[in-house]
Design a protein around this ligand. Structure first.
Ligand SMILES: CC(C)(COP(=O)(O)OP(=O)(O)OC[C@H]1O[C@@H](n2cnc3c(N)ncnc32)[C@H](O)[C@@H]1OP(=O)(O)O)[C@@H](O)C(=O)NCCC(=O)NCCS
Length: 349
């Protein structure tokens, strides 16, 4: 049965949307019938079918993770979004289900890029996921084979302009690190860029703060985790020993990361906040880097919609229970699922 091989509630899922051919219209219609009306409307509005497909697969992944974990019927599942767009389960729809399955800290997130759609969930710890395509970007088509030539002046110029567009995302040490790679090949530099990008995105996606959080405040350090260490799908994984600080304060002990390479152009990063208590006690995760005060803690700056969500996923844990939970928090491999299998599972549940 779908997801039976993973611990309950702890999923890392990847789907290749290309497995859904343009001609699979019947399957698309069966799939869209499995999501709520609002989502159906949103998905049908996409201009390109490829975007509709990835958005739909993302929602199917969320539904499958929630149905499996909470024991709720797919038809009963209702989603809302925070005003920053992060989906969360409407608490009203889980009210009636057995308390045994009522995991109040259940956290989930999805991401799509190119033909890849990824999803991740955790039972007790807030989670964020991001997949990024570092091979192709609007206005910057990069042919990797040509970019292997580190001496080509044209490649230097294209990469210079590409990195310059995104220089605002880097902390000063990160910018220095990127600069130190300037004589490496295009693929090496782009992959390093993408590691920073996905680490920052997945970190921010945990809180749902979106662009309210200035990602240059984050400093990621990959010095103990080289590109060659990153597992390539579908191998098993280890926690990525990545260090992170916010406004210069080392918060690495409060986070766990997993990184995977999907193919030559795509990398995935999963961020798990292993100390969710810090959300309400610390100001480092607030949207502002100014002097901390109680009103700038993450709880306080969250808007009403996000507060609802933060109540769902950040119920406080007794320290003994927390210690036990964290002992079970081992990194997980990605499960490669087929759209047809997720559809079948949701139709049957
Ligand atoms: C919201 C945001 C995270 C979306 O990122 P993206 O790369 O466009 O999209 P992804 O494919 O990774 O993720 C999209 C999914 O995340 C979820 N999502 C939407 N808003 C979210 C938020 N505020 N927080 C977390 N998850 C969110 C949704 O499920 C969405 O898919 P859907 O709309 O099909 O349901 C991004 O726009 C953002 O706000 N980033 C802030 C950090 C930043 O500054 N990044 C720039 C460089 S590092």
């Amino acid at each position: 049965m779908l997801l039976d091989n993973a611990p309950l509630g702890r999923y890392r899922i990847v789907v290749n949307a290309n497995e859904w051919k343009e001609t699979d219209n019947d399957e698309f219609e069966r799939a869209i019938a499995l999501v709520g009306e609002e989502e159906q409307e949103r998905i049908r509005k996409f201009k390109f079918i490829k975007d509709a497909k990835t958005a739909l697969i993302g929602r199917l992944i969320l539904n499958a993770m929630a149905v499996k974990t909470l024991g709720i019927r797919n038809a009963s599942l209702k989603w809302k979004r925070t005003d920053k767009g992060k989906p969360f389960i409407d608490p009203a729809c889980v009210d009636g289900i057995s308390t045994a399955n009522h995991y109040s800290n259940f956290s989930y997130n999805i991401s799509h890029s190119g033909h890849w759609v990824v999803g991740a969930s955790e039972l007790e710890f807030p989670i964020g996921i991001d997949v990024n395509d570092h091979g192709l970007r609007p206005n910057c088509k990069i042919d990797f084979d040509e970019f292997d030539d580190v001496t080509a002046e044209e490649n230097f110029e294209i990469l210079k302009s590409y990195f310059s567009t995104f220089k605002h995302i880097f902390s000063p040490p990160e910018a220095k690190h990127m600069e130190s790679l300037r004589f490496k090949s295009g693929p090496v530099r782009l992959l390093e860029f993408s590691r920073f990008w996905t680490s920052k995105e997945s970190f921010v996606k945990v809180s749902g703060l979106g662009f309210n959080f200035d990602v240059a405040r984050l400093h990621f350090d990959f010095s103990e985790y080289h590109q060659s260490d990153i597992p390539k799908m579908p191998t098993s994984v280890m926690a990525a020993p990545i260090k992170v600080s916010v406004d210069g304060k080392d918060v690495s002990s409060e986070w766990m990361f997993e990184q995977f390479i999907l193919d030559r152009y795509h990398i995935v990063n999963v961020a798990i906040r292993t100390n969710p208590e810090s959300l309400s006690n610390s100001s480092v995760y607030s949207s502002s880097s100014s002097t901390p005060s109680s009103s700038t803690s993450a709880e306080h700056i969250l808007s009403s919609g996000e507060k609802v969500e933060s109540e769902i996923i950040h119920a406080s844990l007794d320290s003994k229970v927390y210690k036990e939970k964290i002992e079970h928090l081992h990194p997980l491999p990605l499960l490669l699922l087929k759209p047809a299998d997720i559809i079948k599972y949701l139709e049957e549940n």
